[in-house]
Design a protein around this ligand. Structure first.
Ligand code: D5M
Ligand code: FE
Ligand code: ZN
Length: 481
């Protein structure tokens, strides 16, 4: 057991050297005499002790031996893959698979909502609606249709496994302000009319609970979150990338900037590593590297210039050489072997853990659908769309629009485990926000505006890099242009 009483007492602390003991004393801690012997005996890494000191708040911190184990010395950059479709895809595209996919989505999301409200099955609504002399009802269902009436109210059709019902959101009530998204799973509380229409007064989302408290790295460590390199594109910003790499190698920057760089131990890339080939009409005229393997070879060279202390994690996007249907597996072996051995390849989406912090990585194709479905979300503010993912506990709630979803036997887009960070890309703009303790980051791009994007009026915000301090969860953006 490690006990730390802030400003008062340290007991049973295992530690490396006398200098650490000294640090505690300088920091105003008193160390129990027994602890000093244990400190010398065990020789734990300095960074762990610093991590504990830095993470102290005013309360008493108690760390059990189980907790002590995952504390890594600063030099280790282990990556745990908690969830990833790679090598476990079950889908062949049969009709039954779509049915099972939606059933799994409904079961898991409704399960979260049912911990908060007690719904009745829809086939019992007409039978029981008025039978007890009161009309209050609760239901949980998947939105299968959504329209606005001539009088301006919203009408939803909700399905559960027993039937369906119609729900009205009156335009003069607060409940009307909720954005309804097709195929999302929600709970409705309200009352039922004699005609069987439910008048809603509250919507329960499977959203992240308000009590959610994120993890913190026990050791000083930072991660770069980036995406959309588009290597091979004629507007890949090579000069900006070179400056970025020089900074990471501590070759440029003042002392303060170098101190920030020095702490960086991870780089997570959320898709579109290369520009690919045949992704959009006439793309061949906008490529400097026409062959996809050559594009990856070049990308591997760029990444090999990074200092050894930085562990790289790569997840694919819609320009990468994997199936377009999501979830996408990790890049194939013939591409992986072009990269340094310790690069970690994961699918899209995937959930990883670095330094005790869980990161949900998703390229972000669904942002196109969320931006269409949610009026206040926009390409300039992708983080607003990302908040909607956490409210729905689903990273791609709209089915059948921009995202082609492979009907896997489980819905890999359901956010079952609440991450500490959600990292997306795809829209080529930076977005940073916090939602109920979860840090949301859209990581921009290294590609300047293409002619294709010019025609579509897509305005990227390139060569800016969000860096997250995994100990404080503070985010800063460094620009290289
Ligand atoms: O996506 C870069 C940006 O371009 C992102 O905001 C989506 C948008 N985009 C990409 N293709 C299209 C089409 N066909 N129509 C409209 N908007 C699009 P990237 O995945 O890097 O190409
Ligand atoms: Fe992209
Ligand atoms: Zn993309």
């Amino acid at each position: 057991m490690v006990y730390i009483f802030k400003g008062k007492y340290v007991s049973d602390m295992n530690c490396e050297t006398d200098s650490i003991v000294q640090k505690f004393i300088e920091g105003g801690f008193q160390i129990h005499p027994d602890a000093i012997g244990i400190i010398k005996q065990y020789g734990a890494p300095t960074s762990m002790i610093e991590g504990i000191i830095n993470s102290l708040d005013d309360s008493i911190l108690v760390v059990s031996p189980d907790h002590v184990k995952p504390f890594q010395p600063q030099t280790s950059t282990e990556v745990k893959i908690l969830k990833d479709i790679t090598d476990i895809s079950t889908c062949v595209g049969d009709y039954d698979e779509f049915v099972n996919y939606f059933r799994d989505r409904y079961d898991r999301l409704s399960g979260i909502i049912k911990r908060r409200i007690s719904p009745q099955p829809m086939d019992s609504l007409k039978r029981n609606g008025n039978s007890h002399g009161k009309n209050d009802v609760c239901v949980v269902g998947m939105v299968s249709d959504f329209t606005t009436t001539t009088k301006g109210h919203k009408i939803i059709t909700l399905d559960d496994s027993t039937g369906n019902c119609s729900v009205l959101l009156p335009k003069d009530k607060g409940v009307f302000e909720n954005n309804i998204i097709l195929d999302e799973v929600i709970g409705i509380s309200g009352f039922i009319t004699n005609d069987g229409l439910i008048i809603a007064n509250h919507i329960t989302y499977p959203e992240v609970p308000i009590t959610n408290s994120p993890n913190r790295s026990p050791v000083p460590s930072s991660a770069i979150l980036t995406s959309d390199l588009h290597v091979g594109s004629d507007v890949f910003l090579e000069d900006a990338w070179d400056r970025f790499v020089k900074w990471l190698n501590l070759d440029v920057g003042d002392e303060k900037q170098k101190a920030v760089a020095e702490k960086i131990q991870y780089m997570v890339i959320a898709g579109d590593i290369v520009d690919g080939v045949g992704i959009y009409p006439n793309q061949e005229y906008e490529l400097t590297i026409a062959d996809i393997y050559d594009q990856y070879r070049r990308a591997a060279e760029y990444l090999a210039e990074l200092p050894d202390r930085i562990r790289i994690i790569i997840s694919p996007g819609n320009h990468d050489a994997v199936r377009q249907a999501e979830p996408q597996p990790a890049l194939p072996e013939e591409i992986r072997r072009l990269f340094d051995e310790d690069v970690v390849f994961v699918g899209n989406p995937s959930l990883i853990e670095i330094s005790g912090i869980r990161i949900l990585i998703y390229h972000g194709r669904s942002l196109e659908d969320l931006i269409t479905a949610v009026p206040k979300a926009s390409y300039d503010n992708p983080e607003i769309g990302m908040v909607e993912m956490l409210r729905r506990r689903h990273i791609s709630p709209v089915y059948g629009a921009h995202v082609s979803i492979a009907p896997e036997s489980t819905d890999h887009f359901v956010i079952e485990t609440i991450p500490d960070i959600v990292h997306c890309g795809h829209v080529h703009t930076i977005g940073i926000s916090k939602y109920r303790g979860v840090t949301l980051i859209n990581s921009g791009t290294w590609q300047d505006q293409t002619d294709f994007q010019k025609r579509l009026n897509i305005k990227p915000d390139p060569a800016k890099v969000p860096i997250i301090d995994l100990q404080t969860m503070g985010v800063s953006v460094v620009r290289f242009i």
